[in-house]
Structures are given as C-alpha cells and as structure tokens.
Design a protein around this ligand. Structure first.
Ligand code: PMP
Length: 361
C-alpha cells in the first residue's frame, strides 16, 4: 500500500493514523460487533463518541462554556444562509469583509434571501492580494454582525489579525480552523465545513455564542435554527454519524500525536515558509499575495510559462504529488498544506519543483 502526498484543497488529506484506526474499527467498534456507521445515533455507544468529540474539540480550542458546538450537515455553504436567518430576526444588517470568492458567496446568499447587506471593507480593488487593514473597516451602525473569511481557500489570502468591531464577529474558518490556536471569545459565530482540517465531507461545525441563539427570523425551518439544533444536541434528525466519529479521531490525533494547536501552528508555519521561500527564490514560480496576507494553508502559484502547466501536473502526479491543480476559476497551481499534510510532503514538492524548473525553465 502506498499513500501519496495529497495537496487537495478539499476534501483534503486525513492523518494516516486516523485512517488506520478507523480501518481497525470499521467492522467491529470496540468489541460491540458492529460498525459506527451501523449504530443508532441515539445509542449509548454513539452518544459517547459524540460527547467525546465535542469535549476534545472544546479542549483543543479552549471553547468557553457560553458557546454551543453544533455538528451539522449542509456544508459551510448552508451557513451562508443560516447565518442571516439566525442572526437578523431582530433587524439590522449583515456586514461583510470581502477578501475573495467564498466571502462573496456568503454575501450573495444573504442578499438572495432579501437581507440588507453592507460591505464594510473589501480587497477587490487590489485584486484580493492583500487583506484590508483594521483601520479601513467601516461597519454600518446597524450591523447585527460582521462576517469575514479568515482564509480564502482559492485566493490563498489570509487575515493576519482578528477584526475588532462592536458587532458580533462571524468567521468562516473552513480552511484554517484548528491550524493554530485562536481566542474563541473574539467571535460570535465560527463555522467550518469539515473536509479540510476536521474530517471527511458531510459534517459542518458551528460554534455559536449562547446569547446569539435567540435572534432567528420566525418562522424558520427547524433544521436551520441554531437554538433548536443546540437544544437537541445537533440531533433534531440523524446527524452525519460516521463523519462525526472521524472528526473525533482527528481531534484525538491533534491532541495526542501533534501535541495541540500551538505545536500544529509551528509545523504549519514551517511548511508554508519553506514553500513560499522556494517560490520567492525562483523566477520560474510566483505567488502574487502580499507577504503579510499569505495563507499558511493554501499556496497558489503560477509557472512563468502557462504552457508548461499540464506537464507540471502530469509529472507531479506521476511522482506521487497529487491534486496540485489550482481552482478552476483561477487556474495555475495550488498546494494545500492542511494539518494532515506532513512536512515531508512539502519537502518532496519543493524538490520536485526545483527539478522541474531545472529541466524546463
Ligand atoms: N468557505 C470556504 C472558505 C471554503 O473553502 C469552502 C469550500 N472550499 C466553502 C466555504 C464551502 O464549503 P462547503 O463545500 O462545505 O459548502
């Protein structure tokens, strides 16, 4: 069996140790004679798995007691709609910092539902290569919340600060949650699709401050209602049980194998710095993002000669370096360096890039 290095932006690499454990437990979970996939979500076995996963996540992120953790479905994209539905029931507008494609989708969905939306800052004028600084944020006086995307997965643009505003802060952390420690109390709502740093696709995490649970638009569908989901322990209906279990294994891996989020941050910084250094020291590869706004998770780069893109991707794939193609909307290359991508993968990529440049540059 060979596991190649997977640089996919999502669904992304999972820790090999997690997949090995899941494979050991897949037919017979801890002597119960059945798979987690075959368990009732209301069984004591599954409730224990679910509670452990939440407790481990709370410990990793130091989530304060006045926050609820929801394990949902629908992806981060459903949150684009659920956020205004849950937060604008008492009026006010949704404010957004626009730094790329995902933030724009969040804004477009809120607008589509008829909510008043305000762009409080945007990097559109600079082509989304540098995050707008705190001093340029102009949220409206009636802002019910300010939404931003801490890491734009396609552009490779990340915030190097946490915005400070009066309104509750709502953050799409889909592509950088758990990559480093954060202070959860800075936020009203944090949400993330699981398929990058949490686990397999099909699960969405929402961490919401309790005082924000009671401002939903009424009536709204039960499955879209944070209060009702929180009261039901995310089990208004059948949750994505196997994805929840795997996320729990990832949380255990982060704590026990990696040593927590500070250790994870150091590894992630080292991985990204190496790759940016390799790109910056070459005339053949380039990355357009302002240094302070560069993502540690997603590193887009282009080749000096676009005509070589296909050969680069073909040869990388043959060398066991998978999924380096940039997003279809921007082209070029993108290496996603999520938590489960080992440092050795980055070293192998850098070696490959140098060799390719030498042969074709
Ligand atoms: N936000 C960000 C930052 C993302 O990277 C993605 C997916 N790549 C999404 C939202 C959408 O996530 P989902 O596919 O889970 O709806």
């Amino acid at each position: 069996m060979t596991r190649h290095y997977n640089f996919c932006a999502g669904p992304a690499a999972l820790p090999t140790a997690v997949l090995e454990r899941a494979s050991r437990e897949i037919l017979d979970y801890q002597g119960r004679g059945l798979s987690v996939m075959e368990m009732s979500h209301r069984s004591s076995e599954f409730i224990a798995i679910a509670e452990r996963a939440e407790a481990d996540l709370r410990a990793l992120l130091a989530i304060p007691a006045n926050y609820r953790v929801l394990f949902l479905q629908g992806g981060a994209s459903l949150q684009f709609a659920m956020l205004p539905l849950n937060l604008l029931g008492k009026g006010g507008s949704a404010n957004f910092i626009q730094t790329g494609i995902w933030g724009k989708k969040a804004l477009t969905e809120a607008r589509h539902l008829g909510f008043e939306c305000v762009v409080a800052a945007s990097s559109e004028a600079n082509g989304h290569i540098e995050v707008p600084p705190q001093s340029t944020l102009t949220p409206s006086a009636d802002a019910a919340y300010l939404h931003y995307t801490s890491n734009e997965t396609i552009g490779g643009l990340a915030f190097d600060y946490v915005p400070k505003v009066d309104a509750p802060l709502v953050c799409d952390m889909s592509s950088d949650i758990l990559s480093k420690p954060i202070d959860v109390s800075d936020y009203g709502v944090i949400y993330a699709g699981a398929q990058k740093n949490i686990g397999p696709a099909g699960l969405t995490l929402v961490i919401v401050r309790e005082d924000l649970l009671d401002q939903a638009v009424t009536p709204s569908p039960t499955l879209f209602n944070y209060r009702q989901l929180a009261e039901a322990g995310s089990m208004v209906n059948t949750p994505p049980t196997y994805a929840w279990y795997l996320a729990g294994l990832v949380f255990q891996w982060l704590q026990e194998e990696v040593g927590g989020l500070e250790a994870m941050r150091e590894i992630n910084q080292r991985k990204a710095q190496k790759l940016y250094a390799a790109i910056d020291s070459s005339d053949f590869y380039s990355n357009p993002i302002a240094v302070r706004s560069r993502s540690l998770m997603n590193v887009p780069f282009v080749l000096a000669d676009e005509a070589l893109d296909a050969a680069f991707l073909r040869e990388a794939d043959a060398a066991g370096l998978l999924n380096l193609k940039g997003h279809r909307s921007v082209g070029g290359m993108r290496a996603s360096l999520y938590n489960a991508v080992p440092e050795a993968a980055v070293d192998a990529l850098i070696d490959f890039m140098a060799d390719f440049e030498q042969r074709k540059g």
